[in-house]
Design a protein around this ligand. Structure first.
Ligand code: ADP
Ligand code: MG
Length: 693
């Protein structure tokens, strides 16, 4: 059989099992071979039951002392008790209970893996399991390392539990040298001391020793990271090879005049970044730059100064923001910024009427407007520019690659500046944004006061309200933010609406409150924002729509309701809405349903306001894969490798991949045919402008 053959023809699979495998994305023999174990069992990693700890992911092995269906209050479940003579462990399954009940017999030796919790005794719900008793390879007796395969209920019900996978995969191992293609060129294998791919897969399934297992898995991780870096290398070399049609002569008089009119001095970091941008703009190749700066570090003015240079040279700029509220705010800032010049900004969002849009399209095409600010409405098919030269994307992490690509497509050789407030550790930014040059605003404007953050229990709610009252009485303003309760905007809205009614009637009848949420029309939003900007409303009650970008320096209090429901990065973004002026600001994290995990997480917010530290903590909690290793971010999904834990492999993979592209920018050479094939068949959608082969 061959790598790409239908999995149903594999010995021991057949139609029924193939159907179940299809659900986990396994359609071919190759994909089956890539279904590598999640865990392994050997003598060294089995935990004695007396040493089990609540909350830990563990693998335990024991004898079945009892197994039965329990008819609980809600629905029947299957319960099995294991012992290893040092203690007991109960396993419970609520799904597929009957099917499981038929599988286990008294005195079977079973390995179970999962998170230990406490429910009248130590227990695991829905553990991964493995029946070892009738398996000659029981690692406890033989000293072997046994693979434990991930499975699902659907797979288990066709016999593809962990043991089932072992039985199907074992006989394939001797065939691997013939079946498994090797995409990496020989010189890379040699230089980085990598196992051949077939050998790596063999060791990942049925390892000879722990060292071999590690070498095997490292090779597979190397592959994942190598192709990720190869894509970045291809994209970046494609940009470098392009030449701009439009050239910049000088920074221009608009930059000069508007720079002088700024009401503050730029920070040193802003000045440095402006130089970096200017150097890119005047280069013959398009700029492809990421501007990273913590919330409040002053990215907007940098982008407007860049637009001023572009306009001063006679070209157009498009600035795309993820929400209408933010686009609107940028537009207001831009109008003010370009006041007194001949530069005309225009706002284009989904709220424009069809007639308005038509007018705007015509004017953009004619070059009447030099700066178009908007939401994704900017990238719709009908929008064309006279001479778009600078594309700016704010809060780029909110957009998918496709949307980013669409804006850039409006002008193939445009200079691109993407901005983000999601700070990530430097080493990581090099690798996940490896196709971009990175600028960092690592300095806050001087007039800032640190934000004080407090973690507060609902019992202290009165004190919190008193504090808001006090601040408002001295002329300041406040936000009260309600969380996204489910992925449903409706419920989200309900919490905020109820909160708004309660606060305006029962708590702050003497002040003017406003409600802001994503479902309002843009006219309604404008009205709310304008009145808040003028301090006609003192307290803004909102959903998380205010998370990105908005800027009211007079707001000094933010109360975040149900703070335990938010992730750290999002809390940091929200908190960044205050502390933007010269007054001392306070952020109150209100826990309604505290638990040890959320309290610990929220304490990070109390301890630090450094976005980089918070991002690192968030990475630890959520894992880098979750944040960056996704197609949404324009990168391949990672299954085995972890961007942080495998940083050393990442460095090597990066070096290897960039060397390949340096030497063969379009992968045309014969010994790169394997690479070209993988890129074209698996990652074609992630190539961007890079063209190969
Ligand atoms: P972000 O980087 O989060 O997008 P903004 O661009 O919205 O931040 O800037 C936050 C606030 O800081 C704005 O009110 C802006 O006018 C102000 N600001 C920007 N640069 C400076 C500076 N160098 N000195 C003082 N205030 C500044
Ligand atoms: Mg911003």
């Amino acid at each position: 059989m061959n790598w790409n053959d239908d999995v149903k023809f594999v010995k021991g699979i057949g139609e029924r099992r193939a159907k179940a495998l299809f659900q986990i994305g396994v359609k071919t023999l190759g994909q089956l071979i890539y279904h590598v174990p999640r865990r392994y069992l050997d003598r060294s990693n089995i935990v004695l039951m007396k040493d089990l700890k609540i909350g830990e992911e563990t693998t335990a092995v024991g004898r079945v002392t009892g197994a039965k269906m329990v008819h609980g209050k809600r629905r029947p479940y299957f319960q099995m008790v294991l012992t290893d003579d040092t203690g007991f462990l109960t396993c419970r399954w609520f799904n597929g209970a009957q099917w499981l009940a038929d599988r286990f017999n008294k005195d079977d030796v079973v390995a179970v893996s999962g998170k230990i919790d406490f429910y009248g005794g130590l227990q695991i719900s829905h553990p991964d399991f493995d029946i070892l008793s009738d398996d000659k390879s029981n690692p406890i007796n033989t000293g072997m390392i046994m693979p434990l395969y991930p499975s699902t209920q659907a797979l288990q019900s066709v016999g593809l539990d962990s043991r089932g996978f072992r039985r199907v995969l074992k006989p394939l191992m001797s065939e691997l040298p013939r079946i498994v293609p090797e995409p990496l060129p020989d010189n890379v294998l040699r230089e980085y001391h990598l196992l051949p791919r077939y050998a790596a897969l063999e060791q990942a399934h049925f390892p000879d020793s722990l060292e071999h297992l590690e070498a095997g898995r490292d090779r597979l991780k190397f592959d994942e990271l190598f192709f990720m870096q190869l894509l970045l290398a291809l994209r970046s070399s494609a940009v470098v090879r392009k030449t701009k049609r439009n050239r910049y002569e000088q920074p221009g008089d608009i930059l000069e005049s508007q720079y002088k009119l700024l009401p503050y001095d730029l920070t040193d970091a802003q000045k440095r970044v402006m130089h970096e941008i200017w150097n890119d703009l005047k280069s013959p190749h398009p700029m492809n730059r990421l501007l990273q700066g913590d919330v409040g570090s002053g990215k907007t003015v940098v982008s407007l100064l860049a637009a001023a240079i572009t306009a001063g040279n006679g070209y157009q700029t498009a600035l795309m923001a993820p929400t209408e509220i933010l686009a609107e705010q940028h537009y207001q800032v831009a109008v003010k910024f370009f006041e007194g010049t001949q530069i005309r900004p225009v706002l284009l969002t989904g709220s424009n009427t069809a007639a308005q849009k038509k007018e705007i399209y015509k004017a953009l095409k004619a070059g009447y407007y030099q700066l178009a600010i908007g939401t994704h409405a900017l990238i719709q098919g009908k929008v064309t520019f006279k001479n778009l030269q600078l594309a700016i994307i704010d809060e780029q992490h909110r957009f998918g690659v496709v949307q980013r690509g669409d804006l850039i497509e409006k002008a193939e050789d445009a200079d691109v500046l993407v901005m983000t407030a999601t700070p990530i550790p430097r080493t990581l930014s090099m690798t996940v944004y490896g196709d971009l040059s990175v600028s960092i605003l690592d300095e806050m404007p001087k007039n800032r006061q640190p934000i004080i953050t407090r973690l507060v229990d609902v019992a202290k709610l009165r004190t919190v309200y008193d504090f808001i009252r006090q601040e408002v009485e001295t002329g300041r303003q406040a936000f009260v933010v309600y969380p996204l309760i489910e992925e449903s905007e409706k419920i989200d809205l309900e919490a905020a609406t109820k909160g708004f009614e309660y606060l305006s009637k029962s708590v702050f009848p003497e002040f003017t409150l406003a409600l802001l949420h994503g479902r309002m029309t843009s006219t309604e939003k404008d009205a709310v924002m304008a009145s808040f900007a003028k301090n006609e409303t003192q307290i803004m009650v909102s959903t998380t729509v205010i998370e990105v970008g908005i800027d009211y320096p007079n707001a000094t209090v933010m109360v975040i309701e149900n703070a335990e429901r938010f992730g750290l990065t999002q809390l940091h973004q929200l908190r960044g809405r205050i502390g933007r002026g010269k007054h001392r600001s306070v952020c109150v994290l209100l826990q309604r349903k505290p638990n040890p995990e959320s309290t610990h997480r929220l304490e990070t917010m109390v301890k630090t306001s450094d976005g980089f530290k918070i991002a690192e903590e968030d990475l630890k909690i959520r894992g880098a894969g979750d944040l960056f290793g996704t197609r949404q971010h324009g990168l391949p999904n990672l299954k085995l490798a972890d961007l942080i834990e495998d940083a050393d492999i990442l460095q090597e993979a990066r070096k290897a991949a960039f060397a390949v592209v340096e030497n063969d920018p379009q992968l045309r050479k014969d010994h790169h045919a394997g690479l070209r094939h993988v890129v074209m068949t698996e990652f074609n959608d992630l190539l961007g402008f890079a063209k190969i082969g």
